[in-house]
Design a binder for this molecule. Sequence first.
Ligand code: MTE
Length: 309
Amino acid sequence: MAGRYRNELNWSDATPRAAFMNRRQLMAGAGALAVGSIGGPALASLNAAPSAFSTDAEPNSLKEISNYNNYYEFGVGKEDPARNAGALTTDPWSVKIDGMVDRPGDYSMDDILKGVSLEERIYRLRCVEAWSMVVPWVGFELADLLNRVGVQPGAKYIAFETAVRPDEMPGISRGYLDWPYREGLRLDEAMHPLTIIATGLYDEPIPNQNGAPLRLVVPWKYGFKSIKSIVRISAMEKEPPTSWNMANAREYGFYSNVNPEVDHPRWTQASERLIGGGLFAKRQPTQMFNGYEEHVASLYTGMDLKKSF
Ligand code: MTE
């Protein structure tokens, strides 16, 4: 990927982490957490107790999470998305759900959020470029949505697409990738309780540069699988084409499970650089399935992880 490690030297850690932790304790007391404009019944179920799936690693600051991004539709530099993504119109928003589902259609944000349980999930995010962060997402399980639209028997994969808005996204005309940005998961991966659609970050609506108004988060896979600003979700029988695999199949596989033993052809994946760790911080060891091995290893029983990388 281009733009690797750019801006690294300017990284500043102006982290209101302590403030966040205090806020979380307060919110636990209040029993609810306000998620921007997403109100109504969905909020009542936003649990004060931490999710069993959350890591207890310290989250990166909102500033770090929203100023060091990969979102090629807005440019390939790490600070380009923060600079340019404000132009993205996220309201109204609708998602086309099609393919092998019982209830296909164009779903508005209201339709999608109706009745879902929003939860905070503090997940480790590991980019294929060998940097990582810890992100306190707010979202809901993708399985909730898929169950509502009814995935038909015979469907084996779920495909996703990002919006293509040349007028709002300066990266589109640059042709960095073959747009739309496309991703896909096997159905059992898509239905796994760790797989969420995030709509918020900390206690705010998700910033545009992080994939507003809704993006996928699959924490045991390299970050590029976690597609942003989704406008289409399709259930299908065959493995869907995916952007990075189309761009370079030798370097980016369909599975892209985080694996310290399978190096990228151009760099090691055995260790990673934690964003915000400071310029002289030691790299940390990469964890198998990014630390989610106990939850997901069984999805890949009998599979050669070096071949199906
Ligand atoms: N989704 C779209 N549509 N376009 C992108 O360029 N980049 C991916 C992923 N989702 C990308 C995308 C990559 S490489 C990573 S590491 C994560 O988004 C980064 O998510 P973050 O910016 O929220 O940390």
